[in-house]
Design a protein around this ligand. Structure first.
Ligand SMILES: [Zn+2]
Length: 77
C-alpha cells in the first residue's frame, strides 16, 4: 500500500513539474508574440504599410524605401 502512495506522490511531482514547464513555455510565447507586434506605418508615397523599424523617416513622414523618399521629396541642397 505504501508503495502505491509513493508512486502517486511521484506522479504528482512529475505532473506538477510538467505543468510548471507548460506555464513557462506559454509565458515565453506570449512575450515573443508581444515583441513581434510592431507599430506599422504607411509609406507617404505609395501607402504600403510596413514595420516602423524598417521605414525611413524624413520630415515626420515615413517611406518604405529610399527610392520613394527621394521621389516624394526632391533633394534640396
Ligand atoms: Zn513606398
Amino acid at each position: 500500500m505504501g508503495k502505491y502512495l509513493l508512486l502517486l506522490a511521484f506522479l504528482c511531482v512529475v505532473w506538477w513539474i510538467w505543468r510548471k514547464g507548460q506555464a513557462t513555455r506559454r509565458a515565453l510565447q506570449r512575450r515573443s508574440s508581444v515583441r513581434e507586434v510592431e507599430p506599422m506605418v504607411a509609406c507617404a508615397h505609395c501607402g504600403v504599410n510596413h514595420p516602423l523599424s524598417e521605414s525611413l523617416r524624413a520630415n515626420d513622414r515615413y517611406y518604405c524605401c529610399l527610392a520613394h523618399q527621394r521621389e516624394a521629396e526632391p533633394t534640396r541642397q
